[in-house]
Ligand binder design. Structure first.
Ligand code: SF4
Length: 447
């Protein structure tokens, strides 16, 4: 069990020197207990106390990485129950399952579907994160299919409760760091040994949180740290209850045996209804699934879930931002109009899609403005003549266009005079107030 604030206080020097940035040792102890401070901030804590305090300083939920290289994903390490309390850290991973007993053609199709479920939205990549290979044939076939998936650079979840099948697959693909699912009450010793031997993360599956935490303690005592938990729910209600209890126990009570990411299989409780499965997967995403195994990687199912994930796992304290740079929309030539606006993602997408719809190639200059929309950024001093002028001068746009007209949003018409003074040699054109009118505006200017 993790230490409380008072437990920690007893181990601190109690000199209230303030060098940790907190006025008293007691206040520092409370911060440490809540995971809001690092122990290293106190230069005077003894080595003996450090060892005892390590558990309090550790995150309440373990981070677990599956896969290697660019395709690997990390889940867990969450510190809050609700996104608005701070932010969620590592996005849940969505993947699809395949049976090792399927034909080669079906296996190839499943790999291709996972690869194809790769989208870009708000300049972020959303993709199928893994394939879960279920052992439904013999051990050799399980290893063969797992190898095929790993060779395609797709992270693998090995789903089997048979240690012999697990050994065969791990012998083939352990270096690609698959997640082994699962150790249960009947096979725990063998599965724990296999996970240790091959240095792979291990999912623990048991019915109910009591049995689950007993097994995670057993695995932790054996030296395993990268664990994932599965309470084997049989209804959506059970899944919700178990996931919420586990997360609360880990974060609020610092109950280490449940401080691990959760893997879910919504298809197991949806009776073959893929729409219902998608609804359950959404519930898993919200409360608190970290690795969510779907029955397929079809885009209609995967994309909405990935978009929901994107919205949940963005930092509520930081607006989503587009990269500040010049975007070439269409194939603009030297005569193409040059428009500037802010780097609020929604602003970028509205303006760029209106330009695409208007079918008038343009250069769109996105100015760093801390993710604020045009009027808010102007009012906050983030979309002002000095910043815009610096962006235009540094962006290299002068080498791309033969003219010297920069179109600014109509909402900030009031800065046009000052911007002209800042932008030597440029003509400042006040564009329309609404992005929807931009196409007509530039066509009219060109005629
Ligand atoms: S630096 Fe250490 S001794 Fe000084 S106030 Fe902070 S916790 Fe106490």
């Amino acid at each position: 069990m993790a230490l409380t604030g008072l437990d920690i206080f007893k181990l601190l020097p109690k000199t209230n020197c303030g060098e940790c940035g907190t006025p008293t040792c007691l206040a520092f102890a409370m911060k440490l207990a809540q995971g809001q401070a690092e122990l290293t901030l106190c230069p005077y804590v003894s080595d003996e106390a450090k060892a005892q305090l390590a558990s309090a300083a550790a995150p309440p939920m373990r981070a677990v990485t599956v896969g290697v290289g660019d395709s690997a994903f990390t889940v867990g390490e969450e510190t809050v129950l609700f996104r608005h309390d701070k932010t969620f850290v590592n996005p849940a991973a969505f993947g699809a399952s395949i049976d090792s007993g399927a034909s080669d053609g079906e296996i190839d199709a499943a790999i291709a579907a996972c690869k194809a479920a790769d989208f870009e939205r708000v300049q972020q990549r959303l993709r199928c994160g893994f394939l879960a290979v279920r052992s439904t044939g013999d051990a050799a076939r399980f290893a063969e299919v797992a190898s095929k998936v790993a060779a395609a650079d797709v992270p693998v979840v090995l789903v089997t409760e048979d240690p012999a099948h697990a050994e065969a697959a791990l012998g083939a693909i352990a270096s690609s760091k698959p997640l082994l699912h699962a150790a249960t009450e009947s096979n725990a010793d063998a599965m724990i040994e296999l996970a240790k031997k091959h240095s792979v993360p291990l999912a623990i599956r048991a019915k109910g949180l009591e049995a689950l935490s007993a097994l995670t303690e057993k695995a932790a005592d054996a030296g395993l740290t990268d664990l994932v938990i599965d309470s084997a729910p049989t209804t959506a209600g059970e899944a919700l209850r178990d996931h919420v209890f586990a997360r609360r126990a880990a974060l609020n009570q610092k109950f280490a045996p449940l401080g691990y990411p959760v893997i879910t299989f919504p298809a197991e409780i949806s009776g073959g209804d893929q729409m219902l499965e998608t609804v359950y997967a959404t519930a898993d995403l919200l409360k608190y699934g970290s690795i969510i195994v779907l029955s397929s990687a079809e885009a209609w199912q995967m994309l909405p879930l990935l978009v929901a994930r994107q919205n949940i796992y963005t930092d509520p304290q930081r607006p989503m931002q587009a990269e500040a740079k010049i975007y070439e929309i269409g194939t603009p030539g030297p005569d193409a109009p040059f428009v500037v606006t802010t780097n609020f993602s929604l602003t970028y997408f509205i303006v760029s899609s209106e330009i695409e719809t208007a079918k008038v190639p343009m250069y769109l200059g996105i100015v760093e403005s801390e993710g604020l929309s045009v009027l808010t950024a102007w009012a906050a001093g983030k979309f002002v003549p000095e910043r815009i002028a610096k962006f235009v001068n540094d962006s290299g746009i002068a080498e791309k266009v033969s003219h010297r007209d920069v179109i600014i949003p109509g909402a900030v018409a009031q800065i046009s005079g000052e911007l002209k003074e800042e932008l030597d040699g440029w003509n400042v054109v006040v564009g329309p107030y609404e992005a929807a009118d931009l196409g007509a505006f530039v066509k009219k200017r060109a005629s």
